[in-house]
Design a protein around this ligand. Structure first.
Ligand code: FAD
Length: 391
């Protein structure tokens, strides 16, 4: 008999309470039963499986770490575990959830007024209102901190927004989008809750992606789009406030990378135990075992790193450079793991039905979004050298 596949090699899950472990297994079961059977088909057709939303809502995990507004007030560690569990089956569904729970709800939770929180968060927590986060622009990606060209002008009739936002996850069907724009008068970045039926707001789907195909990314155009002061995030006064939201979600992306790597590793290991060549399972060959051990070593290093990252977050010690280092390390290692997973599966590794090709493709997007490897490395570089390479 073969040993069970055990991708939590250093037993990190032992650190969880019984209650948290139960929630983790509930999310795992949801992903395996509800998402796994349909995911390759949706990925292939570049569509989103809306039927999972009510079932996902029942798990009661949206806005998991926030206090009040129907949210569970749990630890960042648990939030990370859930991101990883989702990505272990599918990184697109994990991304949809991360945009909703982290980027969109997080912007309102961290930067909104009490009224704005009361108005949106309980419905977003139940996934009755879907949110998106519009920061990146067609011509401004890495340089968003100082370079946003989308403008906001205050007038007696409200704020007038003009510009474009590219790559905005969930935007094709979201009810609201948090739009980040530069205030023409004081040159500071401000955040706005823009509703989909707002005149002057339009979205075009970005088609033919080769990664995270289930995530519906949009190109948003804002043409004299009027937003009332009541929909301006009242505590977002500069890009520093935007960065506060991103610090937390970057930590979440590191956890997602762990899940993506774990899913690929588990599928690849199971395949090598079954697949026979030269009259033996390929898992019995030394070179294949070496690949598998390299994958597991990287995965284990990532798992221990993100656990510590969440401990720092839960004790309010998380700094930008902590989140950036984890995002760089985990997404880089994941790229390596998914590539090795494909390698040990030979030709079948590129077929969707063998469940590694999707991980291989999706890892590319996770590697680049929420700050590329270079940008997150420069954030760490600035903190260890004392010199900023950005300017
Ligand atoms: P660029 O900034 O053009 O960078 C191109 C290359 O140049 C990269 O390798 C980069 O590292 C490098 N580079 C740039 N500046 C430097 C420098 N100073 N030194 C060294 N190298 C440098 N954005 C949102 O606002 N909301 C979303 O929901 C969202 N979802 C996304 C989903 C997907 C699938 C993808 C692919 C992107 C998403 N994004 C979203 C945008 C994402 O955050 C950006 O793609 C990312 O920040 C990189 O920007 P860019 O693609 O414009 O690349």
């Amino acid at each position: 008999t073969l040993p069970p596949i055990h991708a939590d090699f250093y037993e990190m899950d032992q650190k969880l309470s019984v209650e948290d472990r139960t929630l983790q297994l509930k999310v795992r079961s949801f992903m395996e039963k509800e998402v796994q059977p349909i995911v390759n088909e949706y990925w292939l057709h570049d569509e989103f499986p809306f039927e999972i939303i009510p079932k996902l809502a029942q798990l009661n995990i949206c806005g998991l770490t926030y206090e009040g507004y129907g949210c569970a007030g749990k630890s960042s560690l648990m939030e990370g575990i859930i991101a990883s569990e989702m990505a272990r089956t599918d990184s697109s569904v994990a991304t949809f959830f991360g945009v909703q729970s982290g980027l969109a709800m997080g912007s309102i939770y961290h930067c909104g007024s009490e009224e704005q929180k009361e108005k949106w968060l309980p419905k977003m927590q139940k996934l009755e209102v879907i949110g998106a986060f519009g920061l990146t622009e067609p011509e401004v990606g890495s340089a968003v901190a100082g370079g946003l060209t989308t403008t906001a002008k205050k007038t007696p009739n409200g704020w007038i927004l003009n510009g474009q936002k590219k790559w905005i996850g969930n935007a094709t069907f979201s009810d609201i989008v948090i739009i980040w724009a530069r205030d023409i008068d004081d040159d500071q970045v401000k955040g706005f809750i823009v509703q989909k039926d707002n005149p002057g707001f339009s979205v075009e789907k970005i088609k033919d992606k080769m990664a995270l195909r289930i995530v519906q990314n949009g190109l948003i155009t804002l043409k004299d789009c009027v937003v009332q002061e009541t929909d301006r995030l009242q505590h977002a006064n500069s890009f520093k406030d935007t960065a506060k939201v991103l610090q937390k979600t970057r930590a979440g992306v590191a956890w997602m990378a762990v899940g993506c790597a774990r899913g690929a590793y588990e599928n690849a290991l199971a395949y090598t135990q079954k697949r026979e060549q030269f009259g033996k399972p390929i898992a019995s060959f030394q070179l294949i075992q070496n690949h598998l051990v390299e994958m597991l070593s990287n995965l284990t290093a990532m798992q221990t790193l993100v656990f510590r990252l969440s401990e720092l977050q839960d004790s309010d010690q998380l700094k930008d450079e902590h989140a950036s280092l984890a995002k760089v390390f985990c997404t880089l290692r994941t790229r390596d793991i998914v590539s090795k997973a494909r390698e040990v599966m030979g030709g079948n590794g590129i077929l969707l039905e063998y469940n590694v090709a999707r991980f291989l493709a999706d890892a590319e997007a996770i590697y680049s979004y929420e700050g590329t490897k270079e940008i997150n490395s420069l954030i760490v570089g600035r903190s260890i050298t004392g010199f900023s390479a950005f300017v």
